[in-house]
Design a protein around this ligand. Structure first.
Ligand code: NOJ
Length: 764
């Protein structure tokens, strides 16, 4: 249901401060709600959110308010109430929902109903909702959160989309928004209306286990796609409001040694100019919630950083939604970071820094009493308690949960099962990046009568889906997920007269490859998530490299398809006849890869990240500058640079023309680029527009992405494309190495760079 007062963001922005001021001093109306004819204001859907929140806060006692500040895993209410899963357990529901007044519940990766179907998900969220409302004195509903990060990926039978990193390769915000809308429909149908997506972290270290959960190494591209995801998640087109979460604020992707959640160090300049912009774009797109980085930056855990959570996010950016911690991060302040002497101090630090909701497994039994004790001791003010609880309640009103708390289980299967397959296939095909195509080995044609398919990921759906797929670490053993592998996709989509043989055994594949017209070898990584997915040596496994090498030695054209969450150093597998990066393409991935290999889709994907040539050079990204003492690998040492990607046709881009040659910092430049399809097939060209500086006080990368577009060109067609570049995108933090100066566009000479061609302009 859409909230009757429009989007709600603006409506509950400024009044919240007033409400909180009021509620902090208001007498608590703890008695039963009058049964007189008019319903209380908070139950009246015709009233503005601000008035409903104020009314409700005024009726709640401290315990109830404290409950809104905690989110508890559903596993605490299932089976043995630890981690067994299973049917809901009423005794534990009482503990969590009635005694602790928990304001929200989550299914972390892999926490499903006893029977994993959309209908059962809807029944589960309804049952929890019903219990919460019935057992709360004031009938307050819960919000149910989930990681639907590539479709509604915990739900068996839901379509799983390409993971974020692959979607980054589309450079297509519209398509990414469509994927988010499809996910909105699926999550809304099951009552899981708080989606912990998108990830707005940027990927610059291939070793990091969550590389694939990001969109790009580039702040502009990552920010645009994260913003599209926020809009697609929250636009209410499913008929029910869903909240997005921008995560993990901020700098989570920068652990010092590439291992997940290891503390990171970065200059204020790097934080402001490179790390923060993607989160800001996503927040500005209207995100309802933000999740905090589990790591520590510059010696301070992000969860205790008032600078990040209050000064930057609230004061500078004006964010008025809910800030949620990541999993168990309050406890970690005591047990891992030693940033608090005890749990009560940890709670106070986190809440006072600006966290509104603590995601609490497995320390939930401690949180409520600790929060109550911190409030009693005056470590957390009542004003802050009201502010945090008020934000959570405002979100619940915005999501329509007070007025329409339940979903219809009878509709869930129909809405979710196998939905949006076409879109998933399109997104996976559009994200495939063709990196090498010697002698036009691709597309496979009718004369390729016999094709051998092999490799460990050729017929392996779990490898194709990656982490966060039914299970946290990927598809659990014994679970059959409906979907199409590459081997199946090639068989189903082969042109008449072409025989596709899947050969699992490497020796037999080499043997049979000898007599084939082409061999497709699908290599890559095993699924994983978070720290378990860290790869200190992010290279293709030696046995897979060897397989490609042996196939190559047969003389048959070898098409190598990589299914992985990051570009892997390919070593001996670096020079097949054709190389296609398919990322983690989802349940329709097999069809999508077949569409590209058979030429039904002309590839248009471009790398949103850099592909390393050898190990040992991480962090690696296209904006890095070599030092004066450059060794052979100390500059940008890549197999394929950021933005690389071929097509089955050829394109030419001409010299960029600028709308102005002298501009002020607040202006927008229009860059016009002549583009032509010089080949024989229709195709889509991604046109990245970069900026460069001949000289600059603060180091400026050789080139920095400032705009881009995608253009469809028929064979032989030419067009002029226009890309808008706000000059503010050139702003950098000024000042000496402390980065104390304001972020501003330095006056002076600049260039716009498209391909090899440049155009000069000056900022006044
Ligand atoms: C931990 C992860 O860091 C975060 O991305 C996720 O949203 C939460 N767990 C909930 O599963």
């Amino acid at each position: 249901m859409r909230f009757p007062h429009g989007s709600g963001r603006r409506r509950w922005r400024s009044p919240l401060a007033l409400i909180i001021g009021f509620a902090a001093t208001a007498t608590v109306l703890t008695g039963p709600i009058s049964s007189a004819s008019a319903p209380p204001v908070y139950q009246d859907s015709s009233k503005p959110i601000a008035a409903r929140v104020a009314d409700l806060l005024g009726r709640m006692n401290t315990e109830e308010k404290a409950g809104q500040l905690q989110q508890i895993a559903v596993a605490r209410m299932q089976g043995d109430c630890q981690w067994s899963g299973g049917e809901l357990n009423t005794e534990c529901m009482k503990e969590v929902l009635a005694d602790q007044h928990a304001g929200s519940v989550l299914s972390g990766g892999g926490m499903t109903p006893a029977k994993n179907t959309p209908k059962e998900w809807a029944k589960l969220t309804n049952a929890i909702q019903r219990y919460a409302i019935k057992n709360s004195r004031l009938g307050i509903p819960i919000i149910y959160g989930v990681d639907a990060v590539h479709g509604h990926n915990n739900v068996l039978g839901a379509t799983m989309f390409q993971q974020q990193i692959g979607l980054g390769a589309t450079w297509n915000p519209k398509l990414v928004g469509d994927v988010a809308r499809a996910t909105q429909r699926a999550t809304a149908a099951t009552g899981t209306v708080w989606n912990f997506s998108p990830v707005a972290d940027i990927a610059r270290d291939h070793r990091w286990g969550r590389y694939y959960e990001t969109y790009s190494e580039d702040p502009l591209l990552a920010g645009d796609l994260a913003a599209s995801t926020v809009k697609g998640t929250e636009d209410g087109t499913s008929g029910r409001q869903v909240a997005a979460t921008v995560k993990h604020f901020a700098g989570y992707s920068q652990p010092l040694n590439g291992h997940d959640r290891v503390p990171g160090d970065m200059s204020l300049r790097y934080l402001q100019d490179t790390i923060l912009p993607a989160y800001k774009k996503a927040v500005d797109a209207g995100a309802d919630t933000v999740m905090v980085n589990s790591g520590a930056i510059n010696g301070v855990p992000a969860h205790t950083s008032k600078y990040l959570l209050t000064d930057v996010l609230r004061k500078q950016w004006g964010f008025d939604g809910v800030v949620i911690s990541d999993w168990d991060d309050v406890e970690y302040l005591v047990t891992k970071y030693r940033a608090a002497a005890d749990y009560t101090e940890a709670v106070a630090k986190v809440i006072n820094a600006g966290v509104d909701v603590a995601m609490l497994p497995p320390d939930d039994r401690e949180f409520h009493p600790a929060l109550m004790s911190a409030i009693k001791k005056g470590l957390i003010s009542r004003k802050r308690l009201n502010e945090a609880a008020g934000r959570v309640l405002a979100l619940k009103f915005k999501l329509g949960l007070f007025d329409d708390p339940y979903v219809d289980p009878a509709k869930a299967d129909k809405i979710v099962l196998g939905a949006d397959k076409k879109l998933a296939r399109k997104a996976a095909a559009e994200s495939a990046v063709l990196l090498r195509n010697e002698n036009n080995a691709l597309p496979l044609t009718n004369s390729d009568r016999k094709i051998v398919v092999t490799g460990p990921s050729a017929n392996n759906l779990p490898n194709q889906l990656g982490g966060w797929s039914i299970g946290w670490q990927g598809v659990p053993e014994g679970v059959e997920v409906p979907g199409t592998t590459v081997a199946q996709g090639l068989k189903k989509n082969a042109p008449a007269g072409t025989k596709v043989d899947y050969v699992a055994d490497p020796d037999k594949a080499v043997q049979q490859g000898k007599g084939a017209d082409a061999v497709v070898v699908v290599v890559g990584e095993k699924p994983g998530a978070e720290g378990e997915s860290d790869a200190p040596r992010p290279a293709l496994a030696a046995d897979q490299q060897k397989l490609v090498q042996r196939l190559k030695a047969t003389g048959t054209p070898v098409i190598e398809v990589v299914l992985a969450g990051r570009p892997l150093v390919l070593g001996k597998a670096a020079d097949p006849d054709a190389l296609l990066m398919g990322w983690l393409p989802g349940t329709e991935g097999g069809h999508a890869i077949a569409d590209v290999l058979f030429g039904k889709v002309n590839p248009s994907g471009r790398l949103p990240v850099s592909w390393p040539k050898s190990l040992g050079n991480d962090p690696l990204h296209y904006q890095q500058l070599p030092g004066p003492n450059s060794g052979p690998e100390s500059s940008y040492h890549v197999a394929y640079p950021f933005g690389a990607g071929l097509s089955y046709t050829t394109f030419e881009t001409g010299r960029p023309k600028l709308s102005d040659t002298v501009v002020g910092p607040k202006r927008t430049l229009t860059v016009t680029v002549p583009v032509s399809n010089t080949g024989k097939r229709d195709g889509v060209l991604v046109v990245p527009v970069y900026a460069a500086r001949p000289s600059s006080d603060v180091l400026f990368p050789d080139k920095q992405l400032v705009g881009y577009t995608r253009v469809a060109l028929k064979a032989g067609q030419s067009k002029q494309v226009e890309v808008e570049v706000p000059v503010s995108r050139l702003a950098v933090t000024s000042g000496d190495i402390t980065g104390q100066g304001p972020k501003k566009v330095a006056p002076g000479a600049y260039q716009i760079v498209v391909g090899e061609k440049k155009a000069d302009f000056t900022v006044r």
